[in-house]
Write a protein that binds this ligand. Sequence first.
Ligand SMILES: C[S@@+](CC[C@H](N)C(=O)[O-])C[C@H]1O[C@@H](n2cnc3c(N)ncnc32)[C@H](O)[C@@H]1O
Length: 203
Amino acid sequence: MSSFDDRAATWDDDPGKLQRASEVASAIRDALVLDGSQRLLEYGAGTGLVTQALRHLVGPVTLVDTSAGMRTVMLAKIAAGAISDARVWDLDLASAPVPDERFDLVVTVLTLHHVHDIGVVLSKFAELLDEGGRLCVADLVKEDGSFHGHGVDVHHGFDRSELATALTAAGFIDVEFRECHDIVRDRATYPMFLATCRVAGLR
Ligand SMILES: C[S@@+](CC[C@H](N)C(=O)[O-])C[C@H]1O[C@@H](n2cnc3c(N)ncnc32)[C@H](O)[C@@H]1O
């Protein structure tokens, strides 16, 4: 059982997480033109909060998470009608092949820092997108390791230029960054960025 399984049932009880999802979704809305048709895949969707905030602006939704607890919460929301036209996948692109489906928009929020080899997963995002499809990565700005505590094997946020280089290597163009939220924890502030980019033409 992952630590996310333990936290899934009470994840949405934290007003900070609701506010974060709302501000990230707002930044995505500001950065992209969403016309209600885009096929959205949210990777590492947790309880689906960001997708819920974007739901009326996109088309069919695919919610991906490796945590069974998180998937249970999302399935309950779908059954209750809180997220419409949605399905849930158990998929780890770090090891699994790319499914035989294509999307117009991939969104991933605070998940990439849990992925050891981000190049592999970013390349698979590029494969999942139809030509011109968009990727939105919201994550921590480079931090000192205190966000998760020392000894936890995750990326300590991302440096913009290093992530831009990784996105370009994975096949993305038009990479842009903006600030999207500040997480305040134990009197420390951890800024988050939103990176948006577009998959390059025919590959
Ligand atoms: C910090 S939580 C963020 C959840 C949600 N995006 C949010 O902002 O509330 C990270 C999520 O990524 C999921 N996750 C971690 N590694 C993953 C992987 N390799 N593939 C898919 N999901 C992953 C976890 O199970 C967890 O739900």
